[in-house]
Ligand binder design. Structure first.
Ligand SMILES: Nc1ncnc2c1ncn2[C@@H]1O[C@H](COP(=O)(O)O)[C@@H](OP(=O)(O)O)[C@H]1O
Ligand SMILES: [Mg+2]
Ligand SMILES: [Mg+2]
Ligand SMILES: [Mg+2]
Length: 328
């Protein structure tokens, strides 16, 4: 990578930090402000607010860049959801965002409406782990830049993941640039970035894995069978969102398993792109359950991949081999 991506990094860090702080404010106040999407999954005022501010910032700085975002404003435009839209407007007004009229907010959210692959694009998950967000547990704001099918920049805001060595409410902002390492910053305080690295564990009996809280997103029974086969005896750490990638990248777990719950499901690029680069730049390895690299040049889904396996690298090939043998 000859390009420095300095402007991209600064824009992304600023936007993700702002969105993460908005999410934190909303999370501390949420009661029942939830919409149900067509696929029955939840979406909140914070998801939409986060997508609005990040897409607005990206569009201002890089007007030519398409953004493949998780959310869209279609449902917000219906009269039945006018009140919900007004709440997003009120939240953005309180956060000091300029001119957040209902129309502008929908326009900003829909800047994230690209669906297809292009040579250079951003992918955004305004809140990854919405279910964790609603449980007041882990969630992440995830943004990545993909150029010619390769993830070149990833930023992950984790408001409920403590900055290493600091009080548990501090929150952490992670970033990685291809070829330049992975770093952590406190979410709220200015500080020199701290380089993060995966563990050096090469023995499964000493390893710990993490996985989704939601057994509908990743099979807990299959991970348990695999753990038994490999001699992993430590209890899994269950947490929502791409915070799992951050936990592996900073050496607090050795493995993250995402094992399909049904054969037809395809992972979404915004659920992984930033996390993948973070772990790779921290020295780890990421593939699908068959050991194939994740392909970020197939549109908004990882069409040619099934599940995701993340390790510190040392444990990778043996884990994939055991998965193969289990033939789930
Ligand atoms: N059947 C399924 N298998 C795998 N992932 C799924 C899934 N159904 C939904 N998801 C994704 O799981 C993500 C959350 O992951 P996790 O369980 O690790 O926190 C969701 O992101 P959102 O919360 O952004 O919608 C959603 O995209
Ligand atoms: Mg969602
Ligand atoms: Mg997600
Ligand atoms: Mg989301």
């Amino acid at each position: 990578m000859t390009e420095t991506l300095e402007q991209e990094l600064q824009t992304a860090l600023l936007a993700v930090r702002q969105a993460a702080l908005i999410c934190r404010t909303v999370q501390s106040a949420i009661t029942d402000e939830v919409l149900e999407k067509k696929d029955k999954s939840p979406v909140t005022i914070a998801d939409f607010s986060s997508q609005a501010v990040i897409c607005r910032a990206l569009h201002n700085a890089f007007p030519e860049d398409p953004i493949i975002g998780e959310e869209d404003a279609a449902e917000l435009k219906g009269p039945e959801n006018r009140e919900f839209l007004e709440k997003i407007v009120a939240e953005l007004t309180a956060d000091g965002i300029q001119d957040p009229t209902p129309e502008n907010v929908c326009t900003w959210i829909d800047y994230g409406g690209a669906k297809t692959y292009s040579d250079r694009f951003w992918t955004l998950d305004p809140i990854d782990g919405t279910k964790g967000f609603l449980r007041k547990e882990q969630y992440a704001v995830s943004l990545a830049l993909i150029v010619e099918g390769k993830i070149v920049l990833g930023v992950l805001g984790c408001p409920n993941l403590p900055f290493p060595g600091e009080n548990p409410t501090a929150g952490t902002l992670y970033y990685a640039i291809a070829g330049q390492g992975a770093y952590a910053l406190p979410l709220v305080r200015e500080q020199e970035p701290k380089r993060i690295r995966v563990t050096t564990t090469s023995d499964f009996s000493e390893s710990r894995f993490c996985e989704s809280v939601e057994s509908g997103h990743s099979s807990h029974s299959h991970s348990q069978q695999l753990a038994e086969r490999l001699g992993i005896s430590k209890e899994p750490r269950r947490l929502d969102s791409q915070a799992k990638y951050a936990v592996v990248a900073q050496g607090e777990a050795d493995i993250y398993m995402r094992l399909p719950t049904r054969p037809g499901y395809r992972e979404k690029i915004w659920d992984h792109a930033a996390g993948v680069l973070l772990v790779e730049e921290a020295g780890g390895e990421v593939t699908d359950i068959h050991g194939n690299p994740l392909q970020f040049d197939q549109g908004y889904e990882l069409k040619n991949n099934q599940g995701v396996i993340v390790t510190n690298g040392h444990l990778h090939s043996l884990l994939i081999q055991s998965l193969d043998e289990l033939e789930f």
